[in-house]
Structure formats: structure tokens, C-alpha cells
Design a protein around this ligand. Structure first.
Ligand code: GUN
Length: 293
């Protein structure tokens, strides 16, 4: 019997803990934690993500501010807004939703965020600290996956972990976290990507497979060994005959994997809610660093 990892339920439990903590701080007379988000343009998925981040903030008692800018906003105007938010002491976290319009240099924008409020963990300083296993903001998805492994008590020490996808947001930090010291971690990691030859020869030897490529049903049952743990980071919108007009599909072909795996995350309801929790966790971490002297 395989375990279906309930990311949604776990995130709700962890979010409720944050809510309690926030309420305690407020009872002691402190201000609310505050997350600011900048959304440039009108990408549908980005709008949905930012709206859900706003709802999460509301749930836990954070203040949230969303700056919605038109797609033709100049890069300088965005940099100016980031500077003004950086200088506002009562803002604990700032995220700029990606992707950005093509005329903007996402790397330049990410580097403009003060690392002290870089709750996405995308700044070079945050990534550098992560690489050196120093205290930092770990980007929300890899953080959520690590929390999930820890909460489910999944053994990672000495295990072979295959990460598929080498994006800055997920695959690369994931590969570092899984091999760093402590728990979860201590795994032997293979990082696979688009030029990996004979991918199945790697995945079929893995104890843990983390797939983050953005291609629905990319990882199939015949590519993993019996008893593997599969973490599915993909959430692709595919056209569907429902009210929304789309459904979310993961990178793992759940139906062919589920009976073979020791544990697997579903989509939706797996990694996605844990990612959202990761952002709340980082914002609270920043807040606490200011409030608790
Ligand atoms: N786009 C896709 N995922 C993310 C995320 O975690 N943070 C931001 N800022 N943009 C994203």
C-alpha cells in the first residue's frame, strides 16, 4: 500500500500553527507580519498564484499588499518600487511574481530585492547561503518539499535521490538541499536535465525521485523501482471541460506510479500547498528577526 502524501492537509496544519503564533505576537502588542507582492502584466496563472498568496496571508493574520503593474511598466519604474519597499521597515517580505514581461531582466530585478526581505530566496546572497548550508530563506517549493519529507518521516540518509530539472527555483536548490548535512538530506543526488541520456537508467535506481520539469505525466511507472518515493513538483494547466476551463496536471503519471511507490504526492493537493506554506514561513521568519531583538 503506498502512502499518498497529503500536502494540502499538512499545509493546513502548519498554516494554522503560524496563525496561532501571529495571534500571540499581536496579543503582545506587536504589529502584523506584512508580505508585499508585485505582479507585472496579466498572466493568468500568476494572477491565480498571487491571489492565493493573498488569501493565505489573510488566513494567518498577515497584512498583504499587492502592487499590480501593467505589462508595459518600465524596468526602472519596477526597480524604483522595489527600492521604496526595501526602505519600508514594516514590510517583512517582498516577492516579485515571475515570469516577468520579456523587456525586463528577471535576474536584475531579483538582485534589487533586499536579501533581508527576500522571502522567495531567489537573491544570489540567499542562494549562496543555501549552498554553504548557512541560515537563509530557502525558496518556497524546495522548502515545502523538505518539510513534507520531514513530517512524513521519509528516510533520506544514504538514499539515492534523483532530481529531474535544474531550474533556479526548484531543481538546483532541491539537489543541494537533498545532499546537505542534517535531516532531511544526506542523500546521494543525481541531477538530471534535458541533456541527460537514458533518464530511466537513473530514475530506476532512485530511492527518491523529485520531478520538476513542467511536462505533464513525464515520469511514468516503468521508470521507477518498487518502493520509490515520488515527489511531483509539476503543476501544468491543461484544457478541461469544467467550470474553470482547465485542470492541473503533475509531472508524474500518478495512475501508473501509485501502486509501485512507497509514497507519492498527488497533484493537486501535494507540493503546491506546501509551497504556499513555505512563503508564509519565510515571511514569519523575517518578521521575527525584526520583532525579537
Ligand atoms: N513563479 C513561479 N513560482 C514562483 C515563486 O515561487 N515565486 C515567484 N516570485 N514567482 C514564481
Amino acid at each position: 500500500m503506498s502512502t499518498i502524501i497529503d500536502g494540502k492537509g499538512l499545509a493546513l496544519k502548519l498554516r494554522s500553527k503560524i496563525k496561532e503564533e501571529v495571534s500571540q505576537f499581536k496579543n503582545e502588542g506587536h504589529r502584523s507580519p506584512h508580505l508585499a507582492a508585485i505582479l507585472v502584466g496579466d498572466d493568468g496563472a500568476s494572477q491565480t498564484y498571487v491571489a492565493s498568496k493573498e488569501r493565505d496571508c489573510q488566513f494567518v493574520g498577515f497584512e498583504s499588499t499587492v502592487h499590480k503593474l501593467p505589462a508595459d511598466t518600465s524596468e526602472q519604474a519596477l526597480l524604483d518600487l522595489i527600492s521604496s519597499i526595501n526602505a519600508t521597515d514594516s514590510i517583512d517580505g517582498l516577492i516579485v511574481q515571475l515570469p516577468l514581461p520579456k523587456h525586463m531582466d528577471a535576474s536584475k530585478i531579483t538582485e534589487a530585492i533586499d536579501p533581508r526581505i527576500d522571502v522567495d530566496g531567489f537573491h544570489t546572497i540567499s542562494v549562496g547561503r543555501l549552498t554553504k548550508n548557512e541560515d537563509t530563506y530557502i525558496s518556497a517549493t524546495p522548502f515545502g518539499v523538505m518539510m513534507m519529507l520531514a513530517e512524513y518521516g521519509i528516510e533520506t540518509k544514504g538514499k539515492h535521490c534523483v532530481v529531474i530539472g535544474r531550474s533556479n527555483i526548484v531543481g538546483r536548490p532541491m539537489s543541494i538541499l537533498m545532499s546537505r548535512g542534517g535531516y532531511p538530506g544526506e542523500s546521494t543526488v543525481t541531477l538530471c536535465h534535458r541533456y541527460t541520456q537514458d533518464l530511466a537508467s537513473h530514475t530506476s535506481r532512485a530511492d527518491i525521485v523529485i520531478v520538476a520539469v513542467g511536462i505533464p505525466h513525464f515520469l511514468k511507472g516503468d521508470m521507477v523501482k518498487e518502493g520509490a518515493v515520488v515527489i511531483d513538483v509539476g503543476i501544468t494547466r491543461v484544457a478541461a471541460d469544467n467550470q474553470k476551463g482547465y485542470a492541473l496536471q503533475g509531472d508524474a503519471e500518478f495512475d501508473t506510479l501509485v501502486d509501485k511507490c512507497a509514497a507519492i504526492t498527488p497533484v493537486p493537493g501535494g507540493v503546491g500547498p506546501m509551497t504556499r506554506y513555505g512563503l508564509l514561513f519565510n515571511t514569519l521568519k523575517s518578521y521575527k528577526s525584526k520583532i525579537i531583538q
